[in-house]
Write a protein that binds this ligand. Structure first.
Ligand code: IMP
Length: 204
């Protein structure tokens, strides 16, 4: 079976990605013996995703993809955006989402969107897949599911936050789910083999 490395240490992302992909052997950074933080020094999702993917490609020589993602709040001029993981100055999800809630107190427009940008490095070529999920920021936290800003993000067409909605629902709506599905379609054409059949997931 073909192998593909997920260039992320974010357990929330990895759980979602594993539920969306089968028919290919997904390797974690631990599986390949990589135990460092990968720097994300840039101001665009594209550059950060590429930097993460290429660092791991150089480390292990395997096919690899990285997801760079974040939440963009319209009334905050698109912030936190690429700085979502450390918006409060720390990597603390609770402090980060609290900062967004505080900054929105005086605003009426609570619209926001999640964006995921995947960079796949497959046999020395880089390919990009984007996913957007529109919604709004709740007045207060609700639900314990998901990760990051999920307890305050209500996707369009719903009244519950991603923290309240089940993972399979989040994966059908989310920025990451959409980007991963595009990558899976692309990989199907690369003729990966041994599809596993599990209901509700995308099979390579
Ligand atoms: P990075 O891609 O590692 O720079 O970090 C992405 C950050 O964006 C996460 O740490 C979260 O704060 C936020 N984020 C991205 N996707 C999601 C999501 O699906 N749910 C909640 N927060 C997210």
């Amino acid at each position: 079976m073909q192998e593909l490395v997920i260039a992320s240490n974010n357990e929330g992302k990895i759980k979602e990605i594993r539920a969306l992909i089968s028919g290919i052997k997904l390797l974690s950074l631990r599986d390949i013996g990589f135990d460092k933080e990968i720097p994300e020094p840039f101001h665009t999702f594209e550059e950060n995703a590429y930097t993460k993917a290429i660092a791991i490609r150089k480390f292990c020589g395997k096919n690899v993809f990285a997801d760079d993602s974040g939440i963009c709040v319209n009334a905050l001029g698109g912030r936190p955006g690429v700085d979502s993981a450390h918006y409060s100055g720390t990597r603390d999800d609770e402090k980060n989402l609290q900062k967004v809630l505080d900054e929105l107190k005086a605003k009426t427009d609570r619209s926001a969107y999640y964006k995921a940008l995947i960079c796949l490095v497959w046999e020395d070529e880089a390919y990009y897949f984007e996913g957007i999920c529109k919604g709004r920021i709740a007045e207060q936290k609700a639900g314990a599911g998901g990760f990051g800003y999920d307890p305050v993000f209500i996707p369009e067409g719903y009244e519950q936050t991603f923290g309240e909605l089940a993972l399979d629902i989040k994966n059908t709506l989310s920025h990451r789910g959409k980007a991963i599905k595009k990558m899976v379609e692309f990989l199907k054409d690369k003729n990966t083999s041994s599809p596993l059949e599990r209901p509700g997931e995308v099979v390579l």
